[in-house]
Design a protein around this ligand. Sequence first.
Ligand code: AMP
Length: 504
Amino acid sequence: MEIQHYDWIAYHAGFAPNSPAQQDLYSGRTFSYLQMHQRVDALAGYLQREAGVKPGDRVATLCHNSTDNNEIIFAAPRTGAIHLPLNWRLAVPELEFIINDAEPTVLFYSEEFTEQVAELKRRCKLPHLILKRDGGDSDYEQIMAAGGAPALRHRPKLDDVWVLMYTSGTTGRPKGAQITYRAQFFNAVNATMLTELTRSSKGLTYLPQFHVGGICLYSMPCFHLGAPVAIMRQFDAQQALDLLARPDSGITHVFGVPTNFLFMSQLPGFEAARFDHLVSVGIGGAASPIALLELYAGKGVMFQQGWGMTETCTIGTLLSKERALDKIGSSGQQVLHADLKIIDDAGRELPPGKTGELMIKGPTVTPGYWRRPEANSTTLVDGWLHTGDAAYVDEEGFYFIVDRWKDMFISGGENVYPAEVEDALYRIPDIAEAAVIGIADDKWGEVGRAFIVLKTGSRLNADDILEHCARNLARFKIPKTVRFLAELPHNATGKVTKHALPRD
Ligand code: AMP
């Protein structure tokens, strides 16, 4: 028997119609579950009637974060369509590639992207465009004002695809990871259990909604439970710090990449800020420097570090608050609904303590990339996903992400994991941000190069940094050169884009 997906928003609209569902921090709009349900219905009705959207069609968005995006996410299943969130940081040719690959029937775009959309319309097939203005007069709000509902509400099956999300594509062409209803459901369960999320919690989302972090941590788990979420248009460190430090914001749950927390910690208000009222503060998506984890621990924040990928609909592991201190640096244990293992190059499972490639299997794992049979056959083997991450597990089942396999470099025959070197660099108080890459070297094959952003007013020089490394790292791990930058390049999620760092 095929299991169907249940409509979370419709359920809560009936069960607790006046419960708050969404707060749009930019426009100031708030919506109850009943209001959200009615708006989702109006949208689904319009998509079916006026845009001719059929089950399996793709409905794209090119929008900054807003509560509207969550309405679109939930309207898609009522028509059977697949939601395709586009990364607004991409250049037009990159978006063109994705649009040609995914062939959406509809594109919702927010006003700021009018020029890009006009150019895309010239370059590729975009049958139906819908303008959005964060609550202002627009095609989108006219659809809402007209109201109505779909003639027939589609009932997706658990294995149907809900979201098609293109991965950052740091190497090669971006690939669309297919995220099913099953994955969203099991991720909601995994995340809820481990973070003590309840109907009286409130999530804060500032990660971009075109990334799994912006949807699944913790908007989707909140919608599954009938809890409210607050949506920030784009990450703003000051606004995030103010919200998190103010108990009357009601925020109890938040997740961020290390850069989010790093930037908050560098604000003048950080020292006085108290976070005792927060129930769960999640961190992950990239290597978290121990110094950063310790800084927050000193203020009572027991970071729940998690590891996950677009292909795993976020968390595959999560650290419990109880073990946050004695297992500091670990990404935690595997979530309930997933299997994990570490393998060597020959595919053999490795014992605890040995670094190899992290593999994951389970209901949150993608069934494959959109129209990429070759990539699927190498990435997914017997249901196991090759994550491309170097990791080890300790005797108690706590996972430690060492680095990306491909970020590792070999210096004089020794493996160097840049994340470990960065960890040492972050122990220097004057360093605001650090990134290490391997560059070609005639003598050693490869050597490390450190890119450093100093805190304002610091007079630290390269020798000071190298001396610190010499005291804390084996010789082969010490960067050979240090370059100072005004800022590091980041992708829209806030992760450092190492491929954009100069290698010459
Ligand atoms: P994305 O699909 O863009 O979310 O990127 C997923 C990748 O982010 C993973 O394969 C890891 O390389 C990295 N990542 C996620 N969580 C962690 C973590 N806790 N520690 C280190 N790297 C992480």
